[in-house]
Ligand binder design. Structure first.
Ligand SMILES: C[S@@+](CC[C@H](N)C(=O)[O-])C[C@H]1O[C@@H](n2cnc3c(N)ncnc32)[C@H](O)[C@@H]1O
Length: 214
């Protein structure tokens, strides 16, 4: 399975069928633990209730649930959620995992104090970014925070996820949000995934903390 060729040039969202194919093999992001950046940088800053948008097989949702927070994970791939629910049952953790399109959150009646996005934002076209951010603005409570990690434009090459610039993050959250910080970070990648070679030390990423105004 070839990862979609990305980039600033190809402005489209990665569709559900592509993710279903990726989950049939060693999904590159699926490392059976939360990304170290989330653990190191924000473990103590995340308050509940928590939304994990594009939760995949649930490691970030489960990490925060294990810290005693109420967590809801959403994803549009059933198989990912099936695995997430199995992990939750195996670890004795209660997390709500829901099939939901993250670009259509606007009419969802839920409110969250924190939202996590690990590897979702960089899946979207420009239009879907706008839909996603508009929906998030409805479900993240005023004063709540989004913690977001995405591929950086400093990662060389064009294979893999779409690269995102620091400025694009500021632009995406210009209305109704305050970007509190954007720091360089690295993604950890599933060692079984060998189809694409990223930077030594892991693909370069941005880690952003964004506060919902209000
Ligand atoms: C790069 S993976 C990251 C998964 C997980 N956050 C992690 O860190 O392991 C992106 C996830 O977003 C999901 N996704 C992509 N577009 C989506 C959408 N429009 N709505 C809901 N989930 C989506 C994919 O199915 C996939 O599980």
């Amino acid at each position: 399975m070839t990862l979609p060729i990305s980039s600033s040039v190809v402005n489209h969202s990665v569709d559900r069928a592509t993710f279903e194919d990726l989950y049939a093999g060693p999904a590159p992001w699926d490392i059976d633990k939360p990304q170290g950046t989330f653990v190191a940088m924000i473990a103590d800053r995340v308050t509940g209730p928590v939304l994990d948008a594009g939760c995949g097989t649930g490691e970030h949702a489960l990490f925060f649930a294990a810290r005693g927070l109420r967590v809801t994970g959403i994803d549009f791939v059933e198989e990912a959620l099936r695995r997430a629910r199995a992990k939750a049952a195996g670890r004795g953790l209660a997390v709500e995992f829901l099939v939901k399109d993250a670009t259509a959150l606007g009419d969802w009646g839920e409110r969250f104090a924190s939202a996590i996005d690990c590897g979702l934002f960089h899946c979207f076209s420009d239009d879907d970014r706008r839909r996603y951010v508009r929906g998030l603005a409805r479900v993240v409570a005023p004063g709540g925070r989004l913690f977001l990690m995405c591929f950086s434009d400093e990662e060389p090459g064009a294979e893999g996820p779409r690269r995102v610039s620091r400025q694009e993050l500021y632009d995406a959250f210009a209305d109704g949000w305050e970007v509190e910080s954007v720091q360089p970070a690295r993604f950890e990648v599933n060692p079984e995934f060998t189809e694409v070679t990223f930077s030594e030390g892991g693909p370069k990423a941005w880690f952003a903390v964004v506060r919902r105004n209000g």
